[in-house]
Design a protein around this ligand. Structure first.
Ligand code: SAH
Length: 230
């Protein structure tokens, strides 16, 4: 890492601290994960700025402040099993991987998933399992093996009216889920706590802007068409 990029990194961490990110484990995870490695070549210069950036296929990597804020609100422990919906470029999953026992992450765009998996591999992040699926249906049973329930769930695309039912079911009792809910322009980040089998406490945390949760998995051909058209 050159000096300029090291300085940018430190500046970002100080800015996050000033914005109210107080959990030092979260701050050091953001300092450790090379965000420049997750963004396209043409935006590498801005990788350490506190802004969202495009990652292709009409999707975005969230602003570092939002990543830090959502991560902090999950109160992670190194024993936690975490589910992420919306792998995107894999940045949020990489941050989670430093703060929890295992990360399960789901992406509906196969091409995005492939590049994210390559990054996990290159960065030697061995506790992340990533699949292409519709995350609104929760983590599927694979070869008869269930991973649900999860200690924590983080959804990085917005649900229209309310969280998908299957994700509410997959929170462990006592566990937390952070999820943006609402139509474009009026989304709110909500924090759910599962208090018992059928009781959830919910708190509105702050207004946000995320891409929407969409159903189904997209295949390579559709991805190519979207790239050509965008
Ligand atoms: N967490 C990501 C940013 C996510 S952008 C990062 O750190 O880069 C939101 C992502 O959610 C997009 O990649 C989008 O394709 C994905 N997505 C939208 N609906 C989905 C669904 N139903 N299941 C899985 N992924 C979904």
């Amino acid at each position: 890492m050159n000096i300029q990029s090291a300085n940018k990194r430190i500046r970002l961490i100080m800015e996050l601290r000033n914005q109210g990110i107080t959990d030092t484990n979260v701050l050091s995870a953001l300092e450790r994960v090379p965000r420049d490695y997750f963004v396209p070549e043409y935006s590498k210069d801005q990788a350490w700025d506190n802004i969202a950036l495009p990652i292709g296929l009409g999707q975005t990597i969230s602003q570092p402040y939002i990543v830090a804020f959502m991560t902090q609100s999950l109160k992670l422990s190194d024993r936690d099993k975490v589910l992420e919906i919306g792998t995107g470029c894999g940045y949020q999953a990489a941050v989670l991987s430093h703060l929890s026992r295992r990360v399960y992450t789901i992406e509906r765009h196969k091409n995005l998933l492939k590049s994210a998996e390559r990054r996990f591999n290159d960065l030697n992040l061995r506790n992340i399992t990533a699949i292409a699926a519709d995350g609104m249906k929760g983590w599927p049973s694979i070869n008869g093996i269930d991973q649900a329930p999860f200690d924590k769930i983080i959804v990085t695309a917005a649900a229209r009216e309310k969280p998908p039912q299957e994700l509410l079911y997959q929170i462990k009792i006592g566990g937390l889920m952070i999820i943006p809910v609402g139509d474009a322009g009026e989304q709110v980040l909500k924090l759910y706590k599962r208090e018992s089998c059928d009781a959830y406490a919910v708190r509105d945390v702050m207004p946000v802007r995320f891409v929407p949760l969409l159903p189904d998995v997209t295949n390579e051909k559709n991805d190519m068409e979207m790239v050509v058209n965008s």
